[in-house]
Structure formats: structure tokens, C-alpha cells
Design a protein around this ligand. Structure first.
Ligand code: GRF
Length: 205
């Protein structure tokens, strides 16, 4: 069974969706650990309720970002995880971290990258007047939301949409495509070639 780690900072709805997929046997993985950099993150409660090991790592206890990251690296190596899934993890990970787990860290982002990287992206999508937005599963590289794109789902932006209504529509798709992408990673149904992810003739979401 492939062991994954999920890194979180907040609400944990993507974590919840991953857990449901595992429990429904749509995802052939086990979550070895859920790590949060926020002590009272709801995601930790969700993991706890499902009997998953959780750990809060306090960033304030480390002199630098690099020290924090090295601590997390050690934990993940001890747990021998094959894949690290970022699910609402709000910290930027260092080059050391990214290189340590090259092409083994994936993230879900609530826009159609490369449009709208960074934060508050549903608002940016609304303000820009785009007619479609969506979400992206991508590998992590050294940039912010710039890594090779694994899969995407498109949702319409409707007249009268608010940040909340658009976010909700996007989130529903996030929950769907993240587990599909994780299972495809496990089955090695795509490969990363430079900036691109090449699927082996298959449905991507
Ligand atoms: C999601 O919108 C995800 O795309 C972004 O942060 C949010 C996390 O939500 N990276 P949740 O904690 O999974 O509910």
C-alpha cells in the first residue's frame, strides 16, 4: 500500500475528500500522517476522527524556514512516505524540501494555472472577468504554483457569482480531481517530462 502524507493548514475539506476516497476504495493508499503548521486547524480534527496520525509542527520553534522544512523532511522520511499531498498548506516550501522529494509533492490550487497563482485567486478570477475558472493539480517546483500540471477541471463563472459561490463550485471539483490524480500517480499513469506531465493515453480527471 502506498503511504502518503498530507500537509494542511486549515479547514481540511480536500483532506476529507481524500479520506473518503480511500475509505470507498477508490484510492489505493494509506495516509501515514497529516502534518499541520497551524495548531487548531480543523483538518487535524478530521484526521483524528478517522484514526490517522496527526502532528502539529510549530513554525515559531524554528529559527528559519529551512530549519522548519528540514524537520518536516525528517518526519516524512521516518514515515517512509512515497507521496506528499499539499491540501491547503499555506507555507511556501524551500528548495531543499522540493529537491528532496522531487516529483513526489503535489498540490491542489483553486484556479486554472498558470492563471491566478498565489492567494485569493477566486476573487482575482471574478475581478478579471474570466468566464471560466477551475482548479489544478500540479507537482510542486521551486516557484509558487508553477510546477508541472497534472490535471485540471473547468467550472463556469456565472453572472452574480460571489467569491463564496465560485469557491464552492470550484471546491466541488477539487474534491473530485485530487483523488483521481493521486490514484493515477500511484498507478504511474503519467510521467513528468520537464515542465510537462504526459499521460499514458488516458482520462485525466
Ligand atoms: C483549497 O481551495 C485548495 O485548493 C487551496 O486551499 C484550499 C484548502 O481548502 N490550496 P481545504 O482546507 O482543503 O478545505
Amino acid at each position: 500500500m502506498v503511504k502518503i502524507a498530507v500537509l494542511v493548514s486549515g479547514r481540511g475539506s480536500n483532506l476529507q475528500a481524500i479520506i473518503y476516497s480511500i475509505e470507498a476504495k477508490k484510492l489505493n493508499a494509506s495516509i501515514a500522517i497529516v502534518i499541520s503548521d497551524v495548531q487548531n486547524a480543523l483538518a487535524l480534527n478530521i484526521a483524528g476522527k478517522h484514526g490517522i496520525k496527526t502532528l502539529f509542527v510549530d513554525p515559531n520553534k524554528f529559527k528559519t524556514r529551512d530549519h522548519f522544512d528540514k524537520n518536516i523532511i525528517e518526519i516524512l522520511e521516518n514515515d517512509q512516505v512515497s507521496l506528499i499531498c499539499l491540501a491547503g498548506f499555506m507555507r511556501i516550501l524551500s528548495k531543499t524540501f522540493v529537491q528532496q522529494f522531487k516529483n513526489r509533492i503535489i498540490n491542489i490550487h483553486p484556479s486554472l494555472l498558470p492563471s491566478f497563482p498565489g492567494l485569493n485567486v477566486q476573487k482575482k478570477a471574478l475581478d478579471s472577468g474570466v468566464k471560466f475558472s477551475g482548479c489544478t493539480v500540479h507537482f510542486l517546483d521551486e516557484g509558487v504554483d508553477t510546477g508541472p500540471i497534472i490535471s485540471q477541471a473547468v467550472v463556469p463563472v456565472l453572472d452574480g457569482d460571489t467569491v463564496e459561490s465560485l469557491s464552492e463550485r470550484i471546491l466541488k471539483e477539487e474534491h473530485r480531481i485530487y483523488s483521481v490524480a493521486i490514484q493515477a500517480f500511484i498507478e504511474q499513469r503519467f510521467v513528468c517530462e520537464g515542465k510537462k506531465v504526459i499521460w499514458k493515453n488516458e482520462k485525466k480527471s
